[in-house]
Design a binder for this molecule. Sequence first.
Ligand code: PEP
Ligand code: MN
Length: 353
Amino acid sequence: MIVVMKTGSPEVEIARISQELSSRGLTAEKIVGKHKVVLGLVGETASLDPLQIQEVSPWIEQVMRVEQPFKRASLEFRHGQASEVVVNTPNGTVHFGQNHPVVTIAGPCSVESEEMIIETAQRVQAAGAQFLRGGAYKPRTSPYAFQGHGESALELLAAARRASGLGIITEVMDTAELNKIAAVADIVQVGARNMQNFSLLKKVGAQPKPVFLKRGMSATIEEWLMAAEYIMAAGNQNVILCERGIRTFDREYARNTLDLSVIPVLRSLTHLPIAIDPSHGTGRAEYVPSMALAAIAAGTDALMIEVHPNPAKALSDGPQSLTPDRFDSLMSELAVIGKAVNRWPQRAALASY
Ligand code: PEP
Ligand code: MN
């Protein structure tokens, strides 16, 4: 349920209403919009009569039910207002969200060595990326495949952060590793295979770093938003949704089917920022540029792209990784579309947007 306050409602009155609602066992989350303040109510609202809440104050304009099963994640919960995820990186503050330039995250699938991660970080930073990605703990289909270097890779990510000024995003697979990952990462990634690992979702929801939530490969949009709801219900409202391709009937020519239609669909359902990962989405480096361009045209808020200094030698996901040179030229191509939709950072303004 949401309570829409009248324009110009006094702060003391908003505080009084929140107090009154909490005495009725509800939590009121205050969302300050451009023109209005909205109180998002969480708790046992099913049996409540909106008219009863309306009577709490003459400053209440409207009381509405959130019809979706996901509440905090729903667009209705913020009365149609996009949210933003703000991250402070050494190079400046980055905003993920509909009203900001497209954010670019780039880097290898896995952190392999100090030399490769620092080289990649510096190259993608020079090309205009704001975040470095790289897995320390890798979810691999085969237990015999490279599993990531673990804790020592986290130290290398910290070194790459210092060397490049980029923010760091890396995956957490196990609640036992969350604290040490969150100590290094600016954003914690929950991978496709863990999208419905509810105990992990609760734990990432109970820590302060923003969460990059990848769509499960067979997850419906509702299941994905309910996974975001777990994180938000646990206290962390900073969730970025990342589409990374879903399983369909054809796996012969592309690894997955990149569902770009989620961009307008999610826009109609949620206020959360949206990211697209065309690397896992296609599985082939040669298909990544087209899908990245299309994602910007379709209105994505962020892109995640795998880049490796020597894709042929990569320990994971080499076939879908771009070389730093190709990433550099891709960034120039993306700038054309990004500028056309008014969502591309000015080079000079890169340090803070
Ligand atoms: C990754 O980002 O390297 C990864 C494993 O992604 P996903 O969870 O989307 O497969
Ligand atoms: Mn990968």
